[in-house]
Write a protein that binds this ligand. Sequence first.
Ligand code: FAD
Ligand code: FES
Length: 256
Amino acid sequence: MIVAKEPVAPGHYRMRLTCDWESAEPGQFLHLWLPECRDPLLRRPYTVYRLRDGHLDILFQVVGEGTALLAERSPGDVVRVLGPLGNGFSMPPAGSTPYVVGGGVGMASLHLLVERLIEGGFSPRVLIGARSTGYVLCRDDLDALGVTPDISTNDGSEGYHGFVTDLLQTRLERDPAGSPVIYTCGPTPMMAAVAKIAAQREIDCQVALENRMGCALGVCLGCVVPIRSESGVGYQRVCTEGPVFDARTVEWGYRV
Ligand SMILES: Cc1cc2nc3c(=O)[nH]c(=O)nc-3n(C[C@H](O)[C@H](O)[C@H](O)COP(=O)(O)OP(=O)(O)OC[C@H]3O[C@@H](n4cnc5c(N)ncnc54)[C@H](O)[C@@H]3O)c2cc1C
Ligand code: FES
């Protein structure tokens, strides 16, 4: 059941659901269906934003029919949830410095990671890229965790004027941390650029892919991506082998 819903930016909502899951890894997702809704019939995937005290939060952006219908729902309305699904982020080795790089609503997939990194004794550096200051997501929740993110905006209305990938380059050069590891989620070209920076600097990087999904259970193959392995390039399912992948293995050309 929906217990709370609040706008966090134009066209973006944070929604709290009752949920009996005991735990979920950062990066894992749920598949959500509006029970009385026959059009669209398909469930939609959302990453677990926060999970505690019998409640699960999601943070979502309205982009089409399914998310628009969800945004119209109110506390007291019932939704059906399947999960936790997929393989989430792996924790970094002890002593490393995590850089968490989110673009737009990609921050929805990274908040639980930041929470768990802090619980694990790490001091994550969080970099957020947004189109302008009103679209910087998660600020209040990061603040509650004691994290002040570095901000970049496309229009220069706050923080660094430009792409978050340029901000990442600058931070890695001017403020180098011991044993960096990178975690990222956002638009595909942004993730591809982050992956390139990580590869050039030989930094481990995990990416959370957000391909369109059908079943989310590994059956329909609607979500496959080309992934490189020792035996060559093969297709893997974002819903079951992912959504988190080692950035070095992703064939970025498929959507960039
Ligand atoms: C594992 C996973 C986790 C996700 N977590 C979140 C989350 O926490 N918060 C959030 O806001 N969104 C998240 N998404 C994306 C979200 O699922 C889609 O935005 C949603 O399914 C769109 O449904 P719709 O019916 O509103 O849009 P549709 O009517 O299906 O599509 C509207 C437009 O959005 C585009 N679109 C739809 N889905 C995607 C997608 N996955 N990637 C890129 N473009 C898309 C379509 O091409 C179309 O242009 C996640 C996706 C995946 C796979
Ligand atoms: S969505 Fe059906 S196999 Fe992944």
